[in-house]
Each structure stands twice: as structure tokens, then as C-alpha cells.
Design a binder for this molecule. Structure first.
Ligand SMILES: Cc1cc2nc3c(=O)[nH]c(=O)nc-3n(C[C@H](O)[C@H](O)[C@H](O)COP(=O)(O)OP(=O)(O)OC[C@H]3O[C@@H](n4cnc5c(N)ncnc54)[C@H](O)[C@@H]3O)c2cc1C
Length: 548
């Protein structure tokens, strides 16, 4: 796809009028940059197939029936983890996994260009808590964790998977500084406030409640029930910050950036409990890396999705399959109707137990008496750009994560960072941009509708404008842009979501104790560790169910 520059600019500005993108481009100072011809396309999760859930009459009646022991619906990290746990705990039992997309991984999907794989969504795992024995066992089997130091007992991770230096840089006051906590040109009172906040987090990391549990822990259900901490779930993080005299614009930017990066929304839209948990629950340690190290791969967390798939045994995985109905039968089974998009046929699957690992907006359709849980999902844009010149600048060189202060976007990852190719080598470079799109909690559908209706050219204008602000002139060196829009990014832990009654109710078994839900929407915090444990919890429930 390529257009002459003048035609591109005219079309782009006309198409942008009145859309969400117009607002976003307006918030990026500067105009659409010069560029050479850019090849690429706009993709996204299977909206068309997924949206057929809204029009059940358009789906054909079942033409055949299969008897299944254990059925898993959804092949994201939660579903794959459930499949692995079922294989580990009950290897003799037959499990079938159905997935809507052509491949497994869900939000941890990946793509590739001629040079490298790159992530379409989830791209890193912070060092896990060393007490999380089940997660560590998985990582050891996957070759990520290579052993334990005999003296310290701490895990040793594969050096090629630990994010190499330089890990992060921030463009602040025209200079690329090391790390993302603002430092360059930051006035002393702001520095003092940042230091006060980080010192508090250090204390919270070590703090325990009267029940002896950590105040903040991952998976979050292991956190203390401390009566003084849980009420923090009722107020917003922004209100909590104001109440505790945190007003520094630099600190506020850093926190908003962090929350938008993991939850898709800023401090004003998440609970204070979740905002503190974000920092204080991270307590990973390693023998061969500092505590703030992360594990990453060119294809992002798709590496982990594939490892889960390999460790899940030989049970069948059926892709391109939309499950559109679930019901309990009188003979103690759950009947699932599954539409195969390749053959256009529907199969009736009669299962003894079901792990339902779909996002809640899908699960709600499938469970007739689903509780009123309403997760907020911001839409996301992920853009992989092929760039013919080095993305340099003054200060810290190209890093794994590269962020511009005060940008509406979240910066980009260098997809080839782990290849250790050195700096300023010949291009091209593969840069993966992340952008959580602003979402009004009162009308989240509006942002999603705009995101899904926007064109390749509109998104490209936005991304190239942002790239030019980070690296003036570099947009003209972009030769390819593969774009992906997530209509539903990840769950935002809005006030009341994590410890409110709806989440607890939703996690109960459904349809006569035969359907066990597992998805990060059921946790409120969408990170790999939560998905991994959601899957294990549901698998155990399925095997332990009196109806099993
Ligand atoms: C842009 C982006 C960046 C992220 N970055 C990170 C990161 O760096 N690190 C991190 O830890 N986390 C990250 N996350 C969060 C990530 O979502 C979680 O870590 C995790 O992958 C979620 O897994 P899940 O199984 O709970 O959900 P999902 O990934 O949503 O999986 C649900 C699966 O169900 C399938 N499905 C849906 N409906 C049906 C149906 N009717 N029939 C059959 N199948 C169906 C879907 O296709 C999907 O495969 C990111 C998320 C996004 C969107």
C-alpha cells in the first residue's frame, strides 16, 4: 500500500475529521511528517468471527456430536495454562482446546518480518516472585530458568532472555536519559516527591498484614485481606495521590505512563489498591540479574505461549473455532456449540467439565446467569515499523524500551534488542509501537468503535507523527508498517473491581459446577502471572469438582 505524499496528507486529514484519531493527532504537537512509500496492512483479532456471537441466528445448526472429557474454550495464556495443568495433574484424561483465532496465544500473539519476530501484544515478564513455585517450575521446563545458585538459592535465568542493557530510555527536555523515572532537568522538589513515593513503595513491598500475608502479592488473590488496605480499592489512585500530597507533574506523568502501559488507562481511572499493587507486588529476585530486570523475547510473550502449548501434552487444539453457546444437559454434561470457520459447520460437543478461558464480554454471552461484572477494556494500537536508519538522539543510545515524556503514546520496543547486534549498525530496524487509546469509562464503546472504524492511513499518520517527534526526520525512512488494533486490550482495575462482590461471584463455577472460568478479566490485573494462575485454578477446580 503506498500513496504519493500530497494525496496521502489530503486523504489522511479528511478522514481524520471528527474521529478519535483527530483528537489524538491534535494532542501530538507537529504535523504529519514526510515519508517514503510505506508497505503494510491493518490487522486485528478476529472481530468479524467474534461478533457473530451477537447474531446467533446467522450460525448454522450442529451437524454432528462429539463426546469430550475436558473442554477448554480460549487459547490465550489462561487457557493454555489450564491445558498444561490438566495434562500435568491428570495425564490420562482427554482435553480438547477450542480457539477462535488461527493460532493460540490470545493477547500474547506475535508476527514477523523478513528480519525478526516481533510482538503484537504482551512482550515481557518481570522477574517472578521466587516463592511462586508453580510459575518457576514452568519457566524451568521452558528453559528460561536454568537452575538455582547453590549458595544463595536464587534462580538463575538464561542470559539471552534477560533484557540486555540498555533496557530503557526516556526523551525528556530533548535529551535521552537512562531509565523511565524522570531525572534530567527535574526540579529538586519534584525529585524529592518521586523519592518519597519510591521509598513508600519499598516499604509496601516488604509489608505484611495481620494475617501474615504480604499486603501486595502476585497472583493478587494471595494478597493480605488487611482491613486497612483493601478499602483502597474504593478510591481512585489519582484521589489517593492528591490525598497524600503527591502533586509533582513528573511523578504524575511517570505513574500515568506506567498504568497506561499495564492497564491501558491512567491513575484517574484505576483504584488506589491496584495502583500501589502495580509497584509493590513486584518482588522478583535472581542470582544473575537485578530485581527490576525483565525477561523478554523478540516475539514477546508468544515465546511463553508456545512453551505452555508444548508442555500441555498431545491433546487436540482446534483453531478457527467460535464457541457460541453453552448449556447444561439433563444427563450431567455441558453442551457447547462450536462453529468451525474453515468448514462453516457447527459441532455439538458434550463435555464432562469445561474451562472457559474467554474474555468476560464473551463469557457473559455464553453463561445465561452471568453476574454483573463489567470490565473496562481500552482499545490498543500496536504498530511494527521497519525503519531504514538508526533511531538515535542525544544521550542514551537505542534501548529495548524507548519512551517520549508527555506523549499520548507509550513509546516503542526495539524488536531486535536481544540479538546483541551493537549500536548504529546498518538498518533496517524493527520498532514495535504501543498506544493505549483514551477511553471514557462512561462510554467505553465509543473509543472501541472509533478504533475499529479507523483506517490504515489514519493510524499510520498518527504513528509517523509520533515517531517524528521522537526522532525528527526518521518517519521518511519508514518502509513498512504492520498495524494491529485490539478492540479489547486488557482489563483496567477500576475502583471496586478487584475486591468488589461481582468479581468474586463471577469466579464461582457455573452451569451446575461444570464450567470453571479462567481469564485475566477474572483477576482485574492483566499480566502473564495472573493468566498462568487463573488457568491452574480453573484446571484444579475442574478436576476436583464433585461433578467431575
Ligand atoms: C497490547 C497489549 C500488551 C500487553 N503487554 C503485556 C506484557 O508485556 N506483559 C504481560 O504480562 N501482559 C501483557 N498484556 C496482558 C496480556 O493480556 C496478559 O498477559 C495475558 O496474555 C492475557 O491472557 P488471557 O488468556 O487471560 O486472555 P486473552 O489473551 O484475551 O485470551 C482469550 C482467548 O480466548 C479466545 N476466544 C475469545 N472468544 C472465543 C470464543 N467464543 N471461542 C473460542 N475462543 C475464544 C481469544 O481468541 C483468545 O485467544 C498485554 C496486553 C495487550 C493487549
Amino acid at each position: 500500500m503506498s500513496l504519493p505524499r500530497r494525496q496521502f496528507l489530503t486523504q489522511a486529514s479528511a478522514g481524520l475529521a471528527g474521529t478519535l484519531l483527530a483528537g489524538l493527532v491534535g494532542s501530538v504537537p507537529g504535523c504529519a511528517p514526510a515519508r517514503s512509500a510505506v508497505r503494510g496492512q491493518l490487522r486485528g483479532a478476529g472481530h468479524a468471527l467474534g461478533h457473530r456471537l451477537r447474531d446467533l441466528k446467522s450460525l448454522p445448526a450442529a451437524t454432528r456430536t462429539e463426546e469430550i472429557d475436558l473442554l477448554i474454550i480460549g487459547g490465550g495464556i489462561s487457557g493454555l495454562s489450564a491445558r498444561r495443568a490438566l495434562h500435568e495433574l491428570a495425564p490420562a484424561r482427554q482435553a480438547l482446546l477450542l480457539e477462535l483465532e488461527p493460532g493460540v496465544g490470545g493477547n500474547a500473539a506475535s508476527g514477523h518480518n523478513a528480519r525478526t519476530a516481533y510482538p503484537w501484544g504482551a512482550h515481557y515478564l518481570p522477574l517472578p516472585d521466587e516463592r511462586d513455585a508453580e510459575l518457576l517450575a514452568f519457566l524451568q521446563q521452558a528453559g528460561v530458568l536454568t537452575g538455582y545458585d547453590p549458595a544463595t538459592g536464587l534462580p538463575h535465568y538464561d542470559e539471552t532472555m534477560l533484557c540486555h542493557d540498555p533496557a530503557e530510555r526516556l526523551l525528556l527536555h530533548g535529551h535521552w536519559q537512562a531509565g523511565l523515572v524522570p531525572e534530567v532537568g527535574v526540579p529538586a522538589p519534584d525529585r524529592a516527591e518521586i523519592a518519597r513515593f519510591l521509598a513508600l513503595i519499598e516499604r509496601l513491598r516488604r509489608a505484611t498484614g495481620p494475617d501474615g500475608r504480604d499486603l501486595f502479592r502476585l497472583p493478587l488473590d494471595l494478597s493480605s485481606t488487611d482491613a486497612a488496605t483493601r478499602p483502597l480499592d474504593a478510591e481512585t489512585m489519582a484521589a489517593w495521590l492528591a490525598r497524600h500530597d503527591y502533586h509533582s507533574e513528573y511523578l504524575r506523568w511517570y505513574l500515568d505512563y506506567s498504568y497506561r502501559d499495564d492497564f491501558g488507562v491512567p491513575a484517574a481511572q484505576i483504584s488506589a489498591w491496584a495502583g500501589l499493587h502495580y509497584f509493590a507486588a513486584r518482588k522478583g529476585r535472581a542470582h544473575n540479574a537485578p530485581p527490576d530486570a525483565v525477561l523478554t523475547w523478540p516475539q514477546g510473550n508468544h515465546f511463553l505461549a508456545e512453551a505452555l502449548r508444548h508442555q500441555g501434552g498431545a491433546g487436540e487444539i482446534r483453531p478457527n473455532t467460535l464457541v457460541f453457546s453453552l448449556k447444561e444437559t439433563t444427563d450431567g454434561r455441558v453442551e457447547a456449540l462450536a462453529f468451525d470457520n474453515a468448514t462453516q459447520q457447527t459441532t455439538r460437543l458434550r463435555a464432562r467439565q469445561v474451562v472457559l478461558a474467554t474474555p468476560w464480554h464473551v463469557s457473559r454471552h455464553l453463561l445465561p446467569a452471568a453476574p454483573a461484572l463489567a470490565p473496562l477494556h481500552a482499545p490498543w494500537l500496536v504498530a511494527n515499523l521497519t525503519v531504514d536508519a538508526y533511531p538515535g538522539g542525544t544521550g542514551q543510545p537505542l534501548s529495548w524500551d524507548n519512551v517520549r515524556y508527555d506523549s499520548p503514546a507509550l513509546g516503542y520496543i526495539d524488536a531486535e534488542h536481544q540479538a546483541l547486534r551493537g549500536f548504529e549498525t546498518e538498518g533496517p530496524y524493527s520498532l514495535t509501537f504501543y498506544w493505549a487509546l483514551p477511553t471514557d469509562p462512561a462510554d467505553p464503546i465509543a473509543a472501541r468503535r472509533h478504533a475499529l472504524a479507523s483506517t490504515y492511513e489514519q493510524w499510520l499518520t498518527l504513528v509517523l507523527t509520533e515517531l517524528d517527534l521522537m526522532h525528527p526526520g526518521l518517519a521518511a525512512q519508514v518502509t513498512a508498517a504492520e498495524l494491529w488494533v485490539w478492540g479489547h486490550g486488557m482489563v483496567a482495575p477500576t475502583p471496586g473491581y478487584v475486591w468488589g462482590p461481582a468479581r468474586a461471584l463471577a469466579r464461582q463455577p457455573h452451569l451446575g459446577g461444570r464450567v470453571h472460568v479462567a481469564h485475566t478479566d477474572l483477576s482485574g490485573v492483566s499480566v502473564f502471572e495472573e493468566a498462568f494462575h487463573q488457568g491452574r485454578r480453573a484446571a484444579r477446580a475442574a478436576l476436583g469438582s464433585p461433578a467431575s
